[in-house]
Design a protein. Sequence first.
Length: 674
Amino acid sequence: MATASAPNDSDVSMSPADEPMVTSSSASTACAVDTARSNEGEVERLPPPDFTKFDAKTLQQIVANLRRKPGKLGEEVELLLKDLPTASSSSTGPSGNKSSANGTTSSATGSTSSSKQPNHGTTAKTTEELEKEAAALQYQEIKYGDGEVNDDALMADADSATINDQEMSFLDRSKFVPIRLSYNERPYLRLIEGATAVSSYTDKVDGVPVDPNNPRLAMKRTTIMMKQMCALLSGILVSQAYEKGQQLLKTREFAEYRDFFRAVFEIGRRYKILNPERMREAYGKMMYVMQDSNSKDISELLGFSCVQEVRTVWDVLSQHPSGIKLLSDPLLHQATMEIRDRGRSRREVEKDLRTKQNAKKSLQSKYATSTRRVAPRYGYFRGYDVQGDDTSTIGYHGNSESLDEDTIEQCVASLGDHSTYLRFNREPCDRLLEYLKEFFSPADPGDDPKLTLSIAEGQHGARLSHTHERQYRFVLQSLLLWREVLAHMFQLWHYAEHDLLDPDHPYTLTSTGQGLHRVQPCQRVQAAMSRILEKVQKQVGVWIGSNQIHLGDHNVPNALMFIDKYAQVPRICQPIVLCLDKIPKLYSEVGEHNKGLIDSFGGVKRLQKLILADFFRHAFDGSGGDNFFDAGSCVDGRLTSAWNWCSQIERKPYFPVFLLTGFVGFDGEDGWDK
């Protein structure tokens, strides 16, 4: 797996795109060294490199001149020279990314440069080899353990999701579960949503062309960045406190209100994590503003950074000894359990509700050291202090002196929100796994070619060729991977924000083929995804297809795109599951039109299997890209194929059935055709 990282001194790129940089820096250094050596008469001078023919031999001549310089530079060049034994050596890894000796990419973009390089002989040959290797990776099989696949064991693991969740202690879970917003924080949420909605920050800042050889463009972009950021922050403060906003416009002392700005941005981030379907446009704009404010240049000019850690349940309860004890109380399982009504009577559901409510009251009476209750102000700005600090005078989450009943109730509700999130997002994957096992068998493809899972490259847009059994395994492991990612979404979200707001690994504004994007390394998310992938691979026994994770390249430019990509999984799976579940009810309803439509497909069971077969075939066929780098059987390519299938749903013969079951679209509530 390729790992995107920022360029360092040990990275050597053979790309002609780097020629101007080498010409300007290395040539001047080489000439200086040659001049010094010629005066001393110690070493024979080499002919100057011919920069019109930039290849490995020319680079070796440059390095040979550099290694004459004594000291640390000469030692580093000795190490660099070992990686270039011959002119035929290549610095391109099997994944299509330019890699160094340690296997990391030598560019912050991490994307393939074959489309940007001139078609020289060596480069063209290397590109062809890379394409063949990438195509070969689509059909590889990686065995783990004894390599045996037990479908019953895999389904049992999926059914025991609740038990596995409980194995993670609430103490560990509380460290990444955000605290639910209080009533007094709601106005600030509307404030940041409104401010980002009217701001055109990203359009103006990221619309400036970037040229590393032109410092004027960099200065122009920094100037625009500062103007837009000051305008946004001024608007936030003016909307909150008009008089103080007027004063800020005169003095321009933004650092005086840094705690207020940090608290407002933190509220927006916390709300987004708890509600992934909200703030879909505002969140990205807000994160890019914070990303720029946390950069070294902007933070020095502005006088502060807008970044503040997201407040979690642990941050609140860890202030009190009784709060830490609460996280180990067995009653917390009952107080946060998710109550399901599927296949249960009304009496059973009401009994669980009473048990849950009694558990909450018991925890409050047992661990509360104060009975204080804060009167909510229900959204009125007037009277609020614009200064927020680490103890959060904005809103109320308890204090270090006492732990009141309201704070306990809010923390328990936040942990319950996490359980609800897991059910809402993972249940569609679990239901599809159940449907896969119910309607299909890996050993029996059946006699009807429309109901088999086999796919062939070039047919119906497929880029992969799989037998029925192989495609069954491929779909099974893909759904298990999605389910595991969603189970750890809160942790991944925290890692993603840390990667985005990391000033030590800045982004690079790069054209990825889909417009300008902020390409940035994602080291924390990369490590977490590698662990998740390894867990699923061991679970399935045999991993079919490529195990490459695209992060920090032209496919997934940064951690924000990663989060947005996997947040779509429930939006893809949920409408399909709802349609399949409602087909029997639709058939039993009074009306000949519904029955006639379903009978035209062969009945309820055959219609369900027809929809599933089409989804399992063409949503996992490697489509959605022009090559095997952008699509295929890689980890992210599977999700790309699923979105490609969703974009063609209106062309399916069974699409009227989707509409009759209440389908409004995979992305929003405005209707499938909006």
